[in-house]
Design a protein around this ligand. Structure first.
Ligand code: FAD
Length: 325
């Protein structure tokens, strides 16, 4: 089946975010399997500078919707633009990142297009007219294999699971402009507040340095901020640390926090409860530092250090700083 795939990108403060490049790369792989095309959709306000890079990751064409109404995420306008883009190219599959935006947007677009939906996918395969996807269920305790058989399909791809292709800056793609439909928006975005904490979102970070109850107070998280800064990572937290008021909820990883899949997940003073595990079990390498060798995470981690975090973190930070020069 020749297929046209819409790859929805996401931008923030004038930059396209990495999960969007992962989506384009995955769309390219799927399209190559069915002799199809990848159309990247870029939405925002003043986004002329953002339309070149989708081709570097494999987009055949770009649809841009540039309008003040799209300056920040607005569910009604964004969904209407993607619906129109999908209809204009007769897309069979609409792929988005499973970010906060993508997870909110995908069901809206699927409802508008009468499409089947697979959220938070770890693996995707197009087999003829069927999209097969693997996605976690029951807080990550089971992986479901689902088949989407509707004519039009919508799926979101979990960030950091499938690596973006190496960009090829010599590639370019035609850019077509799409106007924002004059749909009466059912809601108004009154203001957008930046979450407190670091600028790097844990859900998108390659490296996460998480602190738990063992950190003892908010001020001690400075130690983790320093380590994360050197590694170019984000600071995460367990619910115990968030409930204590030491970190904002935006940093919480787990069943009632964010789901992350970084390359490296470091845990300091966190026991590894099943609810925390539900959010970080997809990490490719887990390093746990705990003074209790019997803590559940010590068996599950790839590298476990039995020790006092207040000794281990400064020693690790110093050693990594030396290596980094
Ligand atoms: C419905 C529900 C949803 C939940 N959702 C989440 C969620 O999304 N995310 C989440 O994290 N939790 C969640 N929880 C809470 C979860 O059950 C645990 O209570 C929580 O994860 C424990 O956090 P912790 O590991 O920081 O604390 P603890 O379990 O108390 O572990 C602290 C660890 O620090 C170690 N430690 C102490 N001092 C030091 C030191 N100086 N050096 C080294 N190690 C030290 C201790 O040995 C201990 O292992 C949820 C619970 C429920 C019921």
């Amino acid at each position: 089946m020749a297929c046209t795939i819409i790859a929805v990108t996401e931008q923030h403060q004038g930059e396209l975010k990495k999960p969007g490049f992962e989506v384009i790369s995955e769309a390219r792989r799927l399209a190559d399997g069915c002799g199809g095309k990848v159309i990247a959709v870029v939405l925002g306000s003043g986004i002329d500078g953002l339309t070149a890079s989708p081709a570097h990751y494999g987009a055949d064409a770009v649809i841009k919707a540039d309008d003040q109404k799209l300056a920040s995420y607005h569910p009604d306008y964004y969904a209407a633009v993607i619906r129109n883009a999908a209809e204009s190219v007769q897309a069979g599959l609409i792929l988005m990142p499973a970010t906060d935006m993508g997870k909110d947007l995908a069901p809206r677009v699927a409802a508008m297009l009468d499409a089947g939906l697979a959220q938070d996918c770890l693996k995707l395969e197009l087999k003829g007219d069927v999209l097969e996807a693997e996605r976690p269920m029951y807080a990550g305790k089971a992986i479901a294999r689902v088949a989407v058989r509707s004519k039009v399909k919508v799926a979101t791809l979990r960030p950091n699971v499938i690596a973006a292709a190496a960009p090829d800056a010599s590639k370019s793609a035609p850019v077509e402009a799409l106007t924002v439909p004059d749909t009466a928006a059912k809601l108004n975005v009154v203001s957008v507040k930046k979450a407190e904490g670091a600028s790097l979102d844990v859900a998108e970070a390659d490296i996460i340095v998480t602190g738990g109850r063992g950190m003892k107070d908010a001020g001690n998280f400075k130690l983790l901020e320093t380590l994360a800064g050197i590694l170019g990572g984000a600071v995460g937290a367990t619910r115990a640390a968030v409930d204590a008021g030491w970190r904002p909820h935006a940093d919480q990883v787990g069943q009632t926090g964010k789901t992350v899949s970084p390359n490296l997940y470091m845990m300091f003073g966190a026991s590894g409860s099943i609810q925390h595990w539900a959010g970080m079990s997809g990490a490719k390498c887990i390093v746990a530092v705990n003074k209790n060798p019997e803590a559940p995470i010590m068996e599950k981690a790839d590298y476990s250090i039995v020790g006092d975090l207040f000794e281990v973190v400064p020693a690790l930070t110093e050693a990594i700083q030396k290596i980094k020069g």
